[in-house]
Structures are given as C-alpha cells and as structure tokens.
Write a protein that binds this ligand. Structure first.
Ligand SMILES: O=C(O)CCC(=O)C(=O)O
Ligand SMILES: [Fe+2]
Length: 215
C-alpha cells in the first residue's frame, strides 16, 4: 500500500476506469445512473415485503450467512437450484442483464438469466470466497451493486486463496464474470459502512447477481 490522503478526500477527482480484472471479468464503474439505482433500490425493498423476505441463509454445515438474501426466478438454496419459482424475475431486470453483458463484452451473447440472487449487507456482513457453480450453463454472471462501497475479492478458478485482485465496488458499478473467469472464486471481505450517497436512501449495501441456470 502506498501512503495517501484519508479515504474519501480524492473522491470524484479521478474518474474510475473500466478494467478487465481477469480474462472475462470486467468491472464497469458507475454503469447505472443515479435514477436507475434509486429504482433498483425501490424494487429490492418491494421484493423484501413480499412472501419471500430477505433471510440469513443457513448452510448445510449449520453456519449462518451474515448476508440476508432473496431469490427472484428459480429459487436457490445452498447448494442447488430448486425446480421452483418464488417471485418472478421481471423481464425488465433480465433485459438490464442483457444490456450489462453487451456493455462488458460488446455483445449480449443471447444472455437469458432465469434467476437473480439479491444480497443485503449491513455494516458487519461479509461473503466468504466461493464459486457460483450450481448453474449448468457457461453464461456469465452479472453483478450490480448499490449503496455502500465494498471490497470485492476476485480470485482464480483453482483455490480460495491467492492470486486474487481486490476491487472496490461502489453504487452503480457493474461487474461481469464469464468465459475463463466464470468459475473463479470470489467474495466480499469488507463493506465500508456509511459510504453510500444519502440521496440513494439506502443504509447498507445491496448486490444483485443475475444468472442463467441452464436448468
Ligand atoms: O455481493 C457481491 O458483490 C457478490 C455476491 C456473490 O458473490 C453471490 O451472490 O454469489
Ligand atoms: Fe458469488
């Protein structure tokens, strides 16, 4: 780490650059305009009021995830997809996913997501290094972030450990991982509480991942 001014002092002075973090893994900072972010936050709230609220997932070993999640489209539980839809994945969200893939790769490749996982992180929530590997399709994963900033750790396809790259994801950022990076380990080791723009009206961090299950 190089020495620098305290966090936040240089915010907005330098544009954050689009980056290919690994082959097939593309970070597009600030992809969602503020108005679109507010609409997505409102939708995430609405889904949480429905019959399938945000819940801490209980893992098969008995552990409880610190993140609270809900599914749209085909339901997921650790570690499989059920042959069941709780809340429909709205067509506008699938369309946003296609535009996201086109933004990342220049072509949407016929991306047809049939499930989305929405994760809510409070100040203490984390997500350990894991692969998204219950899907039976090589289609990419589209990740959209809202609210607080976080460290998104993007690793390799072999191990949970190094080599990995830490990327700061902020509200409105798009991250797509597919191709040779589709089954890379990734996780969220840290959220920076209170870093969301107050105008967004969200305390904490939301992340949506759109996936094509191939099931
Ligand atoms: O919150 C994030 O940025 C990542 C979420 C994730 O990896 C997942 O839902 O599988
Ligand atoms: Fe994941």
């Amino acid at each position: 780490m190089t020495e620098g001014p305290p966090d936040g002092v240089l915010d907005g002075l330098f544009p954050r650059e689009r980056a290919v973090v690994a082959p097939g893994a593309v970070h597009v900072p600030g992809w969602l305009p503020p108005e679109r972010q507010r609409e997505l936050v409102a939708a995430c709230r609405e889904w949480g009021r429905g019959p399938f609220p945000y819940r801490h997932t209980v893992l098969p070993g008995g552990g409880v995830m610190s993140v609270r999640s809900l599914c749209l489209g085909r339901r997921w539980e650790p570690y499989r997809y059920l042959d069941e839809v709780g809340v429909e994945l709205p067509e506008w969200l699938a369309a946003l996913g296609r535009r996201a893939v086109a933004e990342a790769y220049g072509d949407d490749g016929g991306f047809a997501p049939d499930t989305a996982l929405v994760n809510f992180y409070d100040a203490d929530a984390r997500m350990g290094m894991h692969q998204d590997k219950e899907e039976r399709s090589g289609a990419p994963v589209v990740s959209l972030s809202l609210g607080d900033r976080c460290v998104f750790r993007f690793g390799n396809t072999e191990t949970r450990g190094k080599p990995y790259t830490d990327v700061e994801l902020r509200s409105g950022d798009l991250f797509v991982f597919g191709g040779p990076s589709r089954f890379a380990y990734h996780g969220v080791p840290k959220v920076y509480p209170g870093t969301a723009d107050p105008a967004l009206g969200l305390t904490g961090r939301l992340n949506l991942t759109l996936r094509q299950t191939g099931l």
